[in-house]
Design a binder for this molecule. Structure first.
Ligand code: SAM
Length: 232
């Protein structure tokens, strides 16, 4: 009988955010696959988890390893996959192994938990009956197309951004004529220096031109529907 693939969400900063079920699964799994084994070791030590094995599974080896781990699952092993932080397969490795497991009729279980874009969306205070997750934007080719598409999206949009590009991205929105559109920038969610600023894009730009952005960031853009009804 085939084993089970577990995709286990882990904390995005505050170690207290790990679930009881996550702990039990990492303890019991035949293999724990981790994006960066040193980071995961820290989590395992904190929860006194003696994983049977801890093996690297990251963007640079996942294509090569998918077949191997699918076979191990078919042999009956249980495998738990974690990423460095948050939910595997959300802008992180995991999708390929999940797809392969499902294609081979292997049971997949997701242990839900932290993911950075959800608290950022909620803290934005923007309408959330519909939203679009854009993950990371391409660095060069196609970046402008995606930024323009976001500006014309009626629903709230959320994306991950590097502190090195926040100012450039906000400046692009302002230059496109949307200085009075609102955005929300969350940094270091669940950590000591957690901060969320929701404001007009032109004000955010001014702030981040004066205060060097540091840490991990999520940006939420007010949807065009909410923007247009606000400026009417
Ligand atoms: N799988 C993760 C998730 O479920 O959110 C996302 C992984 S992605 C490689 C890493 C990006 O997520 C960071 O560059 C940042 O944009 C965002 N992120 C992760 N942790 C964060 C935090 N504590 N505060 C703000 N953003 C965070």
């Amino acid at each position: 009988m085939s084993g089970i693939l577990y995709l286990v969400a882990t904390p995005i900063g505050n170690l207290g955010d790990f679930s009881f079920r996550g702990v039990e699964i990492l303890k019991a799994a035949d293999r724990v696959l981790a994006e960066d084994t040193r980071n995961t070791k820290y989590l395992l030590n904190h929860y006194d988890i003696q994983a049977k094995t801890l093996e690297p599974f990251h963007a640079h080896n996942e294509y090569k390893k998918v077949y191997f781990y699918t076979q191990k699952l078919q042999d009956g092993e249980s495998i738990a996959l974690v990423s460095d932080a948050g939910t595997p397969a959300i802008s992180d490795p995991g999708f390929l192994l999940c797809e392969s497991a499902l294609n081979n009729n292997i049971q997949v279980e997701v242990i839900p938990g932290p993911t950075a874009f959800v608290p950022a969306l909620i803290k934005s205070g923007f309408a959330l009956h519909r939203f679009v997750y854009e993950g990371f934007l391409p660095l060069k080719k196609g970046r402008k197309t995606r930024l323009d598409a976001m500006l014309s999206t009626s629903a709230t949009t959320v994306f991950y951004e590097s502190p090195r590009r926040i100012v450039k991205t906000l400046a692009y929105f302002e230059a496109a004529g949307f200085g009075q559109r609102k955005a929300s920038v969350s940094r270091e969610l669940t950590k000591k220096f957690e901060e969320t600023r929701t404001d007009y894009i032109s004000n955010l730009l001014e702030y981040f031109n004066e205060t060097t952005p540091k840490g991990e960031f999520v940006v939420v853009l007010e949807g065009s529907e909410q923007y247009e009804s606000r400026i009417k």
